[in-house]
Design a protein around this ligand. Structure first.
Ligand code: ARG
Length: 480
């Protein structure tokens, strides 16, 4: 096979086929093809405006690129596997269509700035997509927080701690996801600068207009240092991190669902559609989807480590190692999007077993803090009250009783400060409603939290809409 490259001039011999196979990035960068053509369209418009190439050449190149864009859109574009990467494919395709004038397209740029520009454009779309998926899950959790008026055991160390509401619990997950969404959008803003025109590493001698290209591709501005531009993969690492933390949050949620749906807890039932059976044990209904979400977190975190280790110790500027940057981030975002989608489906169809929960929540002296608070509000120091209630707990364990089963006489043996109103004071509802401090589990507090998360959800939706509009307007301008 005769190998075609963009750089064969100084070589006497063709590439060995194994070299070609080893160095090819087509498996991964074919996903960049649309963005590569958009970048080239913006670049050729600029070469024309800056009078670097004549109008008639720019016309020919533009129409050739547009027909490639159409082929990519329709799925007709054939990737030639004997070429090194997608950028080479598109440039050769262009010269196949328009002839040798296509060779003027690469004036004033290099694949080094081209690759990183394409990757950023791909990732911008992927980020907006992933944030929308996070928001769909947030929305499903908001529904639960609004509709499930249930008190559940709040745990620390996986032990009964204090009663909380399902709303408070769902909101806790929502706030984590809200930070994930805003972390992604901040990373989006940070990476939204255009490297094109940095050329190989040092800029170019042609009188190019980088502002024009940045604007045409929907970037905020051009990047500021050519050497930084072609070596920078911070944005990719950052997104690998954003993906990891979101996946870790999903993994915690998945773990809870797995425990909550076990025989031992039996708090929730995951819908049949999102569980699987066993080939040997007919009774089984397994939470495999949640387990896979937990499991896939391993890959996603691994991809972050790949990025960190791959870029560690690279000298400036472009080094071929950087070609390995795409797969980990693309795979992480893709896997995360699927995990978010499945989690959203599980959450939207989750059934709470209210009776089981109502029985379990009274166990484990979960209102012991409130019993101590009762004594403290009647004059005992909290420390002494803590000691008294500890003794009551020990007594209850011996007698196999709950606080509510104790008579007032029994209670008075521990402290004269106990009165009739203690039973109401330590009811689960009172325990929850009295936690009315800002951020607490009372219904008033969860109302305030809900208002906040709904507002920030709306703000994110606006931002996503704004950014997608900017991007899509650019694409339609470039192809028509
Ligand atoms: N396939 C390469 C990549 O994705 C293209 C950049 C090539 N640049 C170079 N100097 N060899 O990184």
């Amino acid at each position: 096979m005769v190998n075609r490259t963009l750089w064969s001039g100084r070589f006497n011999r063709d590439l060995d086929n194994s070299t070609l196979e080893f160095t090819s990035s087509l498996d991964v960068d074919t996903a960049l093809s649309f963005y590569d053509v958009m970048g080239s369209l913006a670049h050729v418009n600029m070469l024309r405006k800056c009078k670097i190439i004549p109008d008639k050449d720019a016309d020919v190149i533009t129409s050739g690129l547009r027909s490639i864009a159409a082929q990519i859109e329709s799925g007709e574009f054939k990737v030639d596997r004997s070429l090194e990467d997608i950028h080479t494919n598109i440039e050769f395709k262009l010269t196949d269509i328009v002839g040798s004038v296509g060779g003027k397209l690469h004036t004033g740029r290099s694949r080094n700035d081209q690759v990183v520009t394409d990757f950023k454009m791909y990732l911008r779309d992927a980020v907006l997509d992933v944030v929308s998926s996070i928001d769909r899950l947030i929305n499903a959790l908001i529904e639960i927080a609004r509709s499930e008026n249930i008190i559940i055991p709040g745990l620390t160390h996986t032990q009964h701690a204090q009663p909380v509401t399902v709303a408070q619990h769902a909101l806790a997950h929502i706030f984590k996801l809200e930070r994930d969404a805003s972390r992604f959008l901040e990373a989006f803003d940070r990476m939204n600068y255009c490297p094109l025109g940095s050329a190989a590493l040092a800029g170019t001698t042609y009188p190019i207009d980088r502002e024009m290209v940045a604007e045409a591709l929907g970037f905020k501005a051009p990047t500021q240092n050519s050497m930084d531009s072609v070596s920078d993969r911070d944005f990719a690492t950052e997104l690998a991190f954003c993906s990891s933390l979101t996946a870790i949050h999903l993994s915690s949620m998945a773990e809870e669902l797995i425990i909550w749906s076990s025989q031992e807890f039996n708090f929730v039932e995951i819908d049949d559609m999102y569980t699987t059976g066993s080939s040997i044990m007919p009774q089984k209904k397994n939470p495999d989807i949640a387990e896979l979400i937990r499991g896939k977190t391993g890959n996603i975190v691994g991809n972050l480590v790949t990025m960190l280790v791959m870029t560690k110790g690279l000298p400036l500027t472009y080094n071929r190692d950087l070609q390995e940057d795409k797969a980990p981030v693309m795979l992480s975002l893709d896997s995360l999007r699927k995990c978010l989608m499945m989690m959203c489906k599980i959450v939207s169809t989750l059934k709470f077993n209210e009776n089981v929960i109502a029985n379990k929540v009274t166990l484990g002296f979960i209102n012991a803090t409130d019993l101590a608070d009762y004594l403290a509000t009647r004059g005992l120091t909290f420390r002494d009250a803590h000691g008294v209630v500890g003794a009551v707990v020990r007594y209850c364990i011996e007698k196999n009783k709950n606080f509510g089963d104790l008579s007032l006489d029994e209670l008075k043996k521990f402290s004269e400060l106990f009165y009739d109103d203690v039973y109401n004071y330590i009811s689960m509802e009172s325990c929850v409603e009295r936690r009315n401090s800002s951020g607490g589990t009372s219904s008033q507090s969860t109302e305030i939290q809900l208002e906040h998360v709904v507002q920030s959800y709306v703000r994110r939706k606006d931002k996503i809409m704004r950014e997608s509009n900017i991007i899509n307007t650019c694409w339609s301008r470039l192809v028509s």
